[in-house]
Design a protein around this ligand. Structure first.
Ligand code: ATP
Length: 292
């Protein structure tokens, strides 16, 4: 890479609040849990961290509340080397949170989007320069759909490629499905989207992630499998986010799609060998060593 390529992430920033308990309370009941921890999260922020560790210059267009979580998350992104000049602390808004109740085999999650709802089309317009200066744009679905539409439209005008990681699933307007350059559902999301597809040609932009098996993409109407890398698994949280951040770094450098997907499989495989969504995200050097 001669010059650093620039990835612009327009997406969510959350604090994950994780409480472990052996008993889940019934209605009206209070129980004593076991432990509590906070972790930086949100699909947007996770993918931004993945891309930054892999050597891209990353701009984060997102919003947090003007509260302790917001201040600490913004600092955290800066420590990862991410440009946060388009990440505002929004007064009177709370930072997005995911409250995760971990109990044996029963995990329950409540997401409160908070300031992520402030990432509106006009917010994006205010930070348009971040998009204009990027080589590729990376989107997920934890911000309003109208914002995704808006970003995709601007990107088309500017001739900048867009990757949309359609998670969590919700039906998308045909205009978005038609205009994005790459869609990266996991196997479950891909199934859900099959019914929404109006045109088989759209499959050519799909890259489906399939857990330990790796990923697949379509070339001339045929599904091509790009194998995963067998690794000892500790925690698969964040595998999809690592995959997307890695894919963006590769495509931003003009690397061919098959090579880019294979590199993203390797980065994502390394991410599952450590605990936590961001905890296991590898650096460029770590992926290069792994692939030697
Ligand atoms: P998550 O929600 O856990 O972050 P996801 O459901 O969005 O993940 P997956 O398809 O499970 O996405 O995983 C994304 C990519 O991560 C896969 O395409 C693969 O390259 C890699 N990966 C996931 N799980 C494993 C595993 N057990 N071993 C090796 N690689 C894995």
């Amino acid at each position: 890479m001669n010059e650093k390529s620039t990835v612009c992430v327009v997406g969510s920033i959350n604090m994950d609040l994780t409480v472990s308990t052996s008993v889940i309370p019934n209605q009206g009941e209070t129980v004593l849990g076991e432990s509590f921890a906070t972790y930086p999260g949100g699909k947007g922020a996770n993918q931004a961290v993945a891309a930054a560790r892999l050597g891209s210059h990353v701009k984060m267009v997102g919003a947090v509340g003007h509260d302790v979580f917001g201040i600490s998350l913004k600092e955290h992104l800066q420590k990862e080397g991410i440009d946060t000049s388009s990440t505002e602390l929004i007064p009177e808004q709370s930072t997005g949170t995911a409250t995760i109740i971990l109990s044996n085999n029963d995990n329950r999650i409540i997401v409160a989007p908070g300031a992520n709802r402030s990432v509106t089309p006009s917010y994006v317009e205010k930070h348009r320069a971040a998009i204009e200066e990027s080589d590729i744009i990376l989107l997920q679905m934890e911000i309003p759909i109208e914002t995704i539409s808006y970003v995709v439209t601007i990107a088309k005008e500017l001739n900048i490629s867009v990757i949309l990681n359609p998670a969590p699933y919700q039906p998308l307007p045909a205009a978005i499905l038609n205009q994005v350059d790459y869609m990266t559902p996991n196997a479950l999301e891909a199934e859900l989207f099959k019914n929404d597809l109006i045109d088989d040609d759209l499959l050519e932009k799909w890259i489906t992630t399939k857990g330990e098996q790796g990923s697949s993409l379509y070339v001339n109407g045929k599904e091509v499998h790009i194998p995963g890398y067998p690794v000892p698994v500790k925690d698969t949280t964040g595998a999809g986010d690592t995959f997307n951040g890695a894919l963006a770094t590769q495509l931003a450098q003009g690397i061919s799609i098959k090579k880019a997907v294979s590199f993203a499989n390797a980065a994502a495989a390394l991410s599952v060998t450590e605990k936590g969504a961001q905890g296991g995200m590898p650096t460029l050097g770590e992926v290069e060593n792994f692939l030697k």
